[in-house]
Design a protein around this ligand. Sequence first.
Ligand SMILES: [Zn+2]
Length: 237
Amino acid sequence: MNTDRKAHWAVRQSALPAVVRPCPDCPGTRHRASGRIRVNASGKLLDVWLLLSCAACDRTSKVPVHERVHVSSLEPARLVAYENNDFAVVRELTMSASLATKNGYRLDWSGTWALETRTPLYALDDPTPLTVVVGFELPAPVRVERLLMLGLGLSRGAVRRMVGDGRIRLPLAPDAKAHRDFELTVHGPGSVDAAKHAKPLGAPTEVRTDARSDARTDLGHAESHDAPRPWSRSATA
Ligand SMILES: [Zn+2]
């Protein structure tokens, strides 16, 4: 029953990403969301822009979100959100990878997140495997290795050793960048050796006992289901 050690880590948003593109007025390239969206109507056609501010000179610049779209093609609630500078929509547009691609700029995610670990300290030498569920509040690309260093309080070298030894098992490479939820497991020291060499002799024996008793129960059912058969057979004989 001790197979359920589980921890939850959350990549929490602490800021919006910066938009990186040249400023026409100064040598700066970093822009932050101003928190505003501009809607311009010309008859039934609308233009919608996300407004940015240059981090260096504060110049306002515009990112086109919709250009000359018919008013009926936008959800009314969406239009209201644009008109009210709805923060959720500002956030969504500022983080949008497709808007960045469409408009030829890059997003800088540094300083946008912090790791929150709800389980304070784990005994890393506990032989029971620990499952860590990593949840992302924002799609910030975070190097897996860095998450492990922060979450486990270990050096890069220690993390690499544990990954190399199979004590930390990951669904992606340690130097890959994750940006959505995933799970990893941390195994106690010796657990890898135990798994390799001692499986038939160690703790799994208990598990097998359980399995056997289950099997017995199943057999019991099978026997009672099959019970009429021997009778019919004996009847034939
Ligand atoms: Zn500027």
